[in-house]
Design a protein around this ligand. Structure first.
Ligand code: ZN
Length: 403
């Protein structure tokens, strides 16, 4: 099969290629040709005139088990596993229809995201995005997201929790280093685990060949997570009791060690007025810290945290580019971060996030030049996952129009 279009963003370049033909066999890209090259004999050619091809988007931080309502925690408590499996599959499909072809679930209940991952994602009648999953996040008794079932105490308990996840086959260990915003009684700016306890988790995880990413709003927790040797930090808001405090030396260390900084970005514009007060009061400091992280050269990985609130439906990643532009990223840097770099953060940098020979044929066709108009990623005309079309043909009224 050959996809032929007007232009191509390959996930790493800073300019578009004109007149590309992408050759696909058995779900993978076998070659990318320019306009002079004729399609291979016998290939079925899909013409996408006027459109730009780009790699499928990668969302490295979402929660398929949260339903993006005003009470995801209450609804989760009432849902049995069978209903939850259905809801999680539908959440994943919603992401895929918006061009998110890979997701990393950073906190489920009962390892249900691993079950979804292990279904033949591209082979069924109703494809799902590729899924990378952490299982239930490790937290303290009564701590942030304890209701997902990952509460443990004591160093031996923490190590056993990591081993259990390794045996279950998780792709990454997620630990709630600080409190969080969606758990009553939990304070985002306060640590849950000391650096020593985090080090026990990292040590045990690395022994099993697993990366660790730490949810850390608290400035103290960011420092402790870095000291413990984590591979990634989620949110990284550097919150203190009264504001935001990101020491320059710590930012430089995060950049130098190539620790993945998981920025939480993208909001449904229809829900613009629903920012939490503890975030709203710190907004100026949060924006300034993002600019400093960007200018430091840190590895920035945009994720949505989809599912946690009405502003965060599971296809919300497409609204992330504007948040990244506000932090100083250029359009090319934004698209690279949302494809190639996010795939690397998910451990899939060898298969996902680029349009190049040897990569999976997870390919979007958008109307416009996304390097000139970031909103083009929301003018989605086709989604292919493993070479298979997800959306109807271009021009169909069922296409995913910008809203
Ligand atoms: Zn999260």
């Amino acid at each position: 099969m050959v996809l032929r279009a007007a232009a191509l963003f390959d996930g790493v370049s800073s300019a578009l290629m004109a007149g590309p033909s992408v050759v696909i066999a058995d779900g993978a890209i076998t070659a990318v040709h320019g306009p002079a090259e004729p399609p291979p004999a016998g290939a079925s050619v899909i013409d996408l005139p006027g459109l730009t091809l780009m790699p499928g988007l990668v969302d490295p931080h979402l929660h398929l088990c949260f339903d993006a309502t005003g009470d995801p925690v209450g609804h989760l408590a009432q849902a049995g596993d069978d209903l939850l499996r259905q809801q999680m599959a539908e959440a994943a499909r919603r992401a895929l229809r918006a061009g998110v072809t890979t997701v990393r679930d950073l906190g489920d209940r009962g390892y249900l995201a691993l079950e979804l991952r292990d279904r033949d994602a591209a082979g069924g009648a109703d494809p799902l995005p590729a899924i990378v999953a952490a299982g239930p996040p490790i937290t303290t008794p009564g701590g942030h997201c304890h209701f997902l079932g990952g509460a443990v105490s004591g160093k031996a308990g923490l190590r056993a929790a990591v081993r259990e996840r390794a045996e279950r086959g998780v792709d990454v260990i997620k630990v709630m280093a600080s409190g969080g915003n969606m758990t009553p009684g939990s304070l985002a700016h306060e640590p849950q685990f000391s650096a020593g306890w985090l080090r026990a988790i990292v040590d045990e995880a690395h022994r099993h060949g697993l990366p660790v990413t730490a949810h850390a709003h608290s400035a103290r927790s960011v420092a402790d997570a870095v000291a413990a040797g984590v591979d990634g930090i989620e949110h990284a808001t550097f919150m203190t009791a009264s504001g935001v405090d990101a020491p320059g030396a710590l930012i430089r260390t995060i950049a130098a060690r190539r620790i993945a900084v998981g920025w939480t970005v993208g909001r449904d514009p229809g829900q613009a007025g629903t920012v939490m007060p503890q975030i709203a009061s710190r907004m100026a400091g949060l924006i300034a810290t993002r600019r400093r992280l960007y200018e430091s050269g840190a590895v920035l990985v945009p994720g949505s945290d989809a599912g946690v609130s009405p502003a965060k439906p599971h296809d919300v990643l497409r609204f992330a580019p504007e948040d990244l532009a506000a932090a100083g990223l250029s359009p090319a840097e934004i698209l690279q971060a949302m494809t190639c770099r996010a795939a690397q953060a998910c451990g899939l940098g060898h298969r996902k996030g680029r349009i190049a020979a040897g990569f999976d044929a997870d390919i979007l066709a958008v109307d416009g030049n996304p390097l000139e108009d970031l909103a083009a990623i929301r003018k989605l005309r086709a989604v292919h996952i493993g070479g298979r079309p997800v959306l109807p043909a271009p021009g169909s009224p069922a296409g995913n129009e910008e809203r």
